[in-house]
Every structure is written in C-alpha cells, then in structure tokens.
Design a protein around this ligand. Sequence first.
Ligand SMILES: Cc1cc2nc3c(=O)[nH]c(=O)nc-3n(C[C@H](O)[C@H](O)[C@H](O)COP(=O)(O)OP(=O)(O)OC[C@H]3O[C@@H](n4cnc5c(N)ncnc54)[C@H](O)[C@@H]3O)c2cc1C
Length: 300
Amino acid sequence: MSELLVPAQISNVTTVDPGEVRIVELSLPSQWKIENVWYPVLDTMRPGTAFLAKPWGARTEKWRRRMYTRSNMIIESAHVLETIINNTHTDKSDTSVWWQSDDVLAWLKTGHPIDIRVQWNDSHSALQIYENCRQCQHNNLRLEPDGEWGQMRVVALALSTGITPFLACLRYMKHLKFGRTSVNPGACVTLIVSVQHEQQLMAHEELLAMQCEFPENFYYHPVLTKSWPKDWDFTTGRIIRTQSTSEGHEVIDVRPLLSVCPDIHQRHVRFCGNTTARNQLQKGLQQEGINPLSFRGEVW
Ligand SMILES: Cc1cc2nc3c(=O)[nH]c(=O)nc-3n(C[C@H](O)[C@H](O)[C@H](O)COP(=O)(O)OP(=O)(O)OC[C@H]3O[C@@H](n4cnc5c(N)ncnc54)[C@H](O)[C@@H]3O)c2cc1C
C-alpha cells in the first residue's frame, strides 16, 4: 500500500542563526479526505519522537523523505509540528540547506504545502501522524511511560539541534509539574545544551524560567564552545574533551561534564547529537569506570 501523506502548511519560521538554524512550525489539517471519505487526523505523538516530512532537496532538486524530531507537544499544540533544523554542511547536504533558504519564507507566505506522513490507526477509522518509534529503546529518545519518568533522575546532553527531543519532553513534564505529587518529589532532570555561541541557544529564556519555577526538578546548563560573553556563568569550551597520548591513544576527558553533574553514576543518561560525540561520551564514562543507571542516545 502506498504511503499516506497529508499536506501541512509552514505556519511559522524563526531564524535562530541565519543560514544555520531555524525553528519551523508545520500545521496539519484536523481531517483529511481519502477516496471521498473524510477521516480525522489524530495527533498522538509521544514527546521525544520524530515525524516524517517531504521537504525539497536543494542539491538533488527532488522531494525527499526526512525525519524531524518534534520540539513541542500535543497538549499545548495539537496538529502543529514544531521542529528545529540545522544546516549540516556535509557534501551530501540536501534538504538541510533548503530549510535555511528564502524559499521557505516564500512558502510560509503563499501556503505552499509540505507533505507529512500519516498512517491508519488500529481500527482503520482515523489517520494518525506517523512517529519514528513506538517503544523506548537505547537508540531513541521516546519519553518513558507516564508514571515511570516521574521517578527518574536524568542528565540529558544535547548538542546544538539535539535539544529538540528534550524540549518536547521537558515541556510535557512541566505541564505535568514534573510528576510531583504529595508523596513523590517528581523527576529530577539536568539539561546540558552545547552550542557554539550565545545566538544559537534555543528556548533559552523559557528554560531559565522553567528552572526558576521548578528548582528542585530541573537544572539548565547552557555551554558555549566557540565564543562567550565575559560574564558567562556556565561551562565554556567543550563539555567532553579529547586528547591523544604520545602513543597515539585517544583519551577522553569527561571532567567538565562531571563538574556539572557529579552524580552521573546515579542518573539515567540521555544524549542527542552526532555519532562521534555519543561514542566519546560512552567511552569517556567507561574510562572513568562510571556506569550510569541507563544510557539512551539518538544520533542523526
Ligand atoms: C529520527 C531522526 C530525527 C531527526 N530529527 C532531526 C531534527 O529534529 N532536526 C534536524 O535538523 N535533523 C533531524 N534529523 C536529520 C534529518 O532527517 C536529515 O538527515 C538532515 O537534516 C540532513 O538532511 P539532508 O537532506 O541535508 O542530507 P542527508 O539526509 O544527510 O543526506 C542527503 C542524501 O544523501 C544520501 N547520501 C548519503 N551518503 C551519501 C554519499 N556518500 N553519496 C551520495 N549520497 C549520499 C542520503 O541517503 C540522503 O538521501 C533527524 C533524523 C532522524 C533519523
């Protein structure tokens, strides 16, 4: 059976860093007609998951199929898929360059559609937005079931647009008061976000405000790697560093990370970024003899 697609409109574009990073919002209709029958389009996406869109490829000049992690969540914005897209600057960069182009601003104005993949629900009575994973696994960041995450101590490390799945999870957790009850102090989450310079920080004010509102549940630590203001209160330079020994072995220095999160061995570690950094994090913890409660990481 052919893939089911529903057209979305680009409903908002925020340029975080020109040519590099944009926050894009895609709005889906609440119902869609297939063979003359209207079906509801259900938004059931779990925080931490990704949807599939068909953007334009600037290099190949074709429609492409690409996954994007959602950064908002259904309670506050059903049918509006917010994501954060960066320019990957690789030889094969195709859609990631296009997302930074003026075309996208023109499509925002004209309402030119972008297709989003949907699928039938179990009873074949409605369409639901396709999500990349249905179960929590070591290589994805789908949020643990409700009732489970509220008991967890987590440290999340996000490199650049790797903040996206954590934003969806944190916005959801905040909505549910981090799972606090009269008997449970709720989840405890440290979010470390690493970007090159201050302008690339996403949802910075929102995360600072979240920390003020839930100081016992949430700590936000933004790291700047290339340039920083003189009075920057947080880590500067890379949070995980590498050195080569005289014998040519790679030694990973996780001390900057441990200074932000000294109890990492008592935490569930979550990572989103590139493969090299994920491997360095795992190797660095191993070299220090640190075994976190669990490790889940998504790489793009
Ligand atoms: C679960 C998931 C979630 C994601 N979430 C986000 C997100 O929130 N934000 C974001 O910015 N990105 C995200 N991505 C990455 C995103 O889907 C794109 O891969 C990324 O934006 C780069 O797209 P691109 O078209 O520029 O290039 P690519 O997707 O890197 O590659 C372009 C094309 O080149 C092909 N190709 C690969 N190797 C070669 C080669 N050696 N020679 C020729 N062609 C080759 C690929 O098959 C592909 O068709 C996610 C990916 C996944 C899997």
